[in-house]
Design a protein around this ligand. Sequence first.
Ligand code: HEC
Length: 131
Amino acid sequence: MKNRTNVAAALLLASIVIGCEDQGDPVTPPTTPTTTEVKFSTDIVPLLTSKGCIGCHGGSGGLTVTSVASLLTGGNNGPAIVPGKADSSNIVLKLRTPPPFGQRMPQGGPYLNTAEIKKFEDWINAGAKNN
Ligand code: HEC
């Protein structure tokens, strides 16, 4: 009698374990690992520099892109970044086409590719940390 209970318990346990394993897989893993944190200092600043943003938005009036604080202050059209919301952040919208106002950035191009724009999106969606 006791033995049968144990077998039943073992079977139940096994089916729970197998059942759990079954649920693990249907989600396809993302192509780029989301665990790699995008940092302002080592990812965003180098892009702002190499893409010429700092040449035009380096602090001589209007939008200044050289610090997280100045991006939060933004320009004529409000904050350039909204932490956690890339799709509401002017800096991202201005990198995409069509821009919500004015011209696509960097003004005159060459424009950023999808992977480069995604760095801005990931950094902002992760909270736009000053890291
Ligand atoms: C050749 C100069 C130039 C370069 C390079 C440039 N910008 Fe701009 N940017 C402007 C001008 C002029 C405006 C205002 C007119 C407009 O919105 O199109 C502007 C506006 C903006 C705005 C909107 C500010 C506001 O609140 O009105 C953002 C955000 C922005 N730029 C981001 C960038 C980023 C990011 C880069 C680099 C990828 C960049 N810009 C490169 C000239 C430049």
